[in-house]
Write a protein that binds this ligand. Structure first.
Ligand SMILES: [Zn+2]
Length: 226
């Protein structure tokens, strides 16, 4: 490298694999420099600015408040994310793939099993969602929950946290109930499902919570914990 600019350096053919990789990274990052100055941060290069430049930025998605709620457990967040992108192997997809010939919903057996049906229109799901509302004791809209959560319609941060994790947990549990029914031909009662999810969410929150509650939150929590 002696006597030449670091930007022009190329790795010799007989150097190690590691050195070649380091030089490859250097070649990527040199695009972020102008006149030997890192142009993406006023105070010079930092790992954070380099990382942000490299990963590029994407628009913020409205469902991030629900999906990446800190109270969600990864498996429930993943299934929720998969429902948003219609990635789960519902029966319509299984039929398309030639794996299954039965189109009907595993839970209600009265309509074709599409994502929209299973997680929105199915009578089983609707029952779960009305039980969720009853449990929370405040109205969560049937449609467009994403906008409702992102618009901050909840009265407090605690309500938003618990309601979001509860909703995502119920979506995951509906998918599990559907799989359970497909394998064992027995449907879990919506009441049992919702009750289980709510208790799990509450337990998780109790283990993590270190902040004091407002009088409004204490009142609400004592009502919904009964
Ligand atoms: Zn159904």
């Amino acid at each position: 490298m002696k006597g030449s600019a670091w930007t022009d350096y190329t790795a010799p053919l007989d150097c190690s694999w590691t050195w070649k990789k380091i030089v490859q990274v250097k070649d990527i990052f040199k695009a972020g420099y102008h006149d030997n100055t890192w142009i993406h941060n006023v105070s010079g290069y930092s790992i954070a600015s380099g990382y942000n430049w490299l990963r590029t930025s994407s628009p913020k998605v409205p469902w991030r408040f629900i999906c990446w709620n800190s109270l969600n457990i990864p498996k429930t967040a993943f299934i929720y994310w998969a429902t948003l992108h219609k990635k789960l192997l519902t029966r319509d997809r299984l039929v398309q793939m030639g794996i299954c010939s039965d189109f009907n919903c595993c839970l209600c057996d009265s309509a074709p099993e599409y994502h929209d049906h299973l997680f929105h229109d199915c009578v089983f799901t609707r029952r779960c969602m009305s039980l969720l509302q009853l449990k929370l004791q405040f109205p969560v809209p049937t449609d467009d929950k994403i906008r409702w959560f992102s618009a901050g319609r909840c009265k407090s941060v605690l309500q938003k946290l618990l309601a979001g994790a509860f909703y995502v947990g119920v979506i995951h549990a509906i998918w599990m109930a559907r799989n359970h029914d497909r394998l064992h031909h027995s449907v879990i009662h919506p009441k049992v499902l919702v009750h289980q999810v709510w208790n799990e969410v509450l337990e998780r929150w109790k283990k993590r919570n270190r902040s004091p509650l407002s009088p409004l939150e204490t009142q609400w929590l004592s009502r919904v914990s009964m």
